[in-house]
Design a protein around this ligand. Sequence first.
Ligand code: TYD
Ligand code: MG
Length: 460
Amino acid sequence: SSKAKVAYVCTQCGADHSKWQGQCAECGEWNTLSEFVVEPAAGKGGAPAAARRSGWAGKVDPPKVTALKDVTRTEEARVSTGIGELDRVLGGGLVPGAVVLVGGDPGIGKSTLLLQAVAAMGARLPSLYVTGEESLAQVAGRGARLGLPLDGVSALAETGIERILEQAASMKPGLVVADSVQTLWTESLTAAPGSVSQVRESAARLVRYAKETGTAVFLVGHVTKEGGIAGPRVLEHMVDAVLYFEGESGSRFRVLRAFKNRFGAVNELGVFAMGDKGLREVANPSAIFLSGSEGPQPGSCVMVTREGTRPLLVEVQALVDSSPLSNPRRVAVGLEGNRLAMLLAVLHRHGGVAVGDQDVFVNVVGGIRVQETAADLPVLLAVLSSLRDQPLPERTIAFGEVGLSGEIRPVPNGEDRLKEAATHGFRRAIVPRANAPKGRRVGELEVVPARTLSEALDAL
Ligand code: TYD
Ligand code: MG
């Protein structure tokens, strides 16, 4: 039989390399390449790898070239998961045959979420919940404790992919949950379970199964810091959607974020609260990402973000403190670090405010991540407020992108954001001029337009 080929996969970004090297050529991380054994062809003269992967070699006629306009299009029929916030992040429900990776830290609530989902779908979409981490008794016990109807749900405690697929083939469920993908292994590889090659090959089998049978598949993946165990990153390329489940330790709020979605928008957020009855949907989450402190505090600025399709009030906090270091620290939690460095340079050059000898820490409250540039202005206002030890005026919000020449650029859906702020009792909004409505008011909210950073600072 042919010899197994070895490739190298970056556990950080999932990029393939033919040779081992110290640094990933794709994402630049060090020591993240992990050996990956490519499955040897079955017997002599086996089909080429690509053909085997697509599943047609030697079985049926090779595929024919077709004019795209002649292809019958199928409207994706979506199945509601019965959990509105999960449907929202999926892009309006679950698509048959779709493979969805749900990643997150251990203990964040992935198993809870998926058990609640399969229970809510019940007989509408009979599911097979495959657990490799807990016993059947543990899964059933959790279901009972959460008061879930488990009628349409079958479970299997198994980690061998061959046996899982065998069971799935006879049961023919509409949905398979594999919890977790890190426990899966295949007989066709000798690598240890949990290794990149095992996880990737097992996931590939499930992807093939999903596509061939039209069965939806949820893969649960623990996010791990160290590269030893294959994290969800190496699977991101293979699946249709990647959802990350995030939250701050100590906070009961959880955010489900679409990081990749072939069937919907990315950056869509679903918000949940973890309680003693499992995860509860927070359908109107706008104000939960505020610190809830009494009155305005120095170093805090509320912004309205609009990641996905709804506006959210989020608090940005900054702490600016004189640094004992020759190279003062810039730390951003929930925001992009490089962006913070750039914004501080703009603040110096165009706002006349120097923080070169200060440590600057910026944090988004509630463990949420804000990726849009609308956070630029709130970040700078929070930094300035901390530096001067002066709170921003009460009930003030801000949003806006800050450019390198100190100009403040408009952001999408300004009106939506302002309405949300007005609804929650805010009185003043400092926003890009193009986002300010003509009358400079939205309900009780006074809108202060700013064209440049210095205009925004003057407005305070
Ligand atoms: P779990 O779904 O097992 O996390 P994961 O699969 O992502 O590892 O959730 C485990 C945590 O959730 C655990 O710390 C306990 C907490 N939890 C509750 O607070 N309430 C509940 O009803 C349940 C089921 C779990
Ligand atoms: Mg779990």
